[in-house]
Design a protein around this ligand. Structure first.
Ligand SMILES: Cc1cc2nc3c(=O)[nH]c(=O)nc-3n(C[C@H](O)[C@H](O)[C@H](O)COP(=O)(O)OP(=O)(O)OC[C@H]3O[C@@H](n4cnc5c(N)ncnc54)[C@H](O)[C@@H]3O)c2cc1C
Length: 230
């Protein structure tokens, strides 16, 4: 039996944020036939494999938001992302979370250094605009990377001085990477994907939402088709 760091992606994972972040699939409970069987419990019948009628029924359930049969399918992901994406993610109350604690450990600390910097959109306070100016991009990317490094050095200095990890972590920036486990049922996952792989969502969290689709679409082909995943 071996112990390993949760800051390493599991075998089944997708990298995002230029390779600085990733999301892995730890476990799946159920398959498409699980939802179909749950829907048919009312009739006291179940099947072990999908047939054409089952595909039609599953499509009907999704299109008409018959959510309870979908709740019998569950996924556990491990997410490695910056703190500001963690905050957005954890607004989704229907998920269950456990996260690495910087009260307990100061190992494997990493910071997100964005390479493509976006400009603030003028018309929409929550939006950003891509910027082609390489020198503007490079200058601002460097400011962020330098600050990440300085903040880490201050943190290390505080630890060296004997300051408790739980207080020293206050100097660490939003770009610090964190890792958490996140478990959700299929119905609430589809809701999350609607909201977070959308033009109104921030580019970084969209990357994770798209990665989730690519992690599960092969095992959930009917759902991928109905939901229009590419
Ligand atoms: C583009 C975008 C911008 C956002 N901007 C902001 C922002 O500026 N500030 C901010 O604070 N948040 C912001 N949010 C977060 C947003 O308000 C929601 O908190 C987040 O998207 C989670 O959605 P949800 O509540 O539907 O999901 P979940 O919490 O997963 O809930 C799923 C569904 O379950 C039901 N539900 C869950 N809990 C309850 C409950 N306690 N009572 C009743 N029904 C419940 C609701 O029907 C809900 O839609 C933003 C979200 C998006 C996508």
């Amino acid at each position: 039996m071996t112990t390993q760091s949760i800051n390493r992606p599991p075998e089944k994972h997708v990298k995002v944020l230029d390779g600085q972040g990733w999301i892995g699939l730890i476990e799946t409970m159920g398959s498409e036939v699980t939802a179909v069987n749950a829907a048919r419990v009312s009739f006291g019948k179940m099947r072990t494999e999908m047939n054409d009628k089952d595909v039609t029924l599953l499509k009907y359930l999704i299109q008409h938001r018959h959510t309870s049969p979908l709740e019998h399918i569950q996924f556990t992901f491990v997410v490695h992302c910056p703190l500001f994406i963690r905050s957005q993610w954890h607004r989704h109350r229907t998920w269950k979370y456990n996260e690495i604690s910087r009260r307990y450990t100061s190992i494997d600390m990493e910071f997100y250094n964005p390479t493509q910097i976006r400009q603030q959109a003028e018309s929409d306070r929550q939006a950003s605009v891509s910027q082609d100016d390489a020198s503007w991009n490079g200058e601002n990317s460097k400011i962020i990377a330098d600050f990440n490094q300085q903040a880490f050095e201050v943190y290390e200095q505080l630890l060296e001085n004997g300051v408790a990890r739980e207080q020293a972590r206050g100097v660490l920036p939003q770009n610090m990477m964190t890792t958490f486990w996140a478990t959700v049922d299929l119905s609430n996952l589809l809701h999350f994907l609607d909201l977070r792989d959308d033009a109104h969502a921030q580019w970084e969290i969209r990357q994770y939402a798209q990665a989730i689709k690519s992690l599960i679409k092969d095992e959930f082909p009917t759902i991928a088709e109905v939901a229009g995943w590419e």
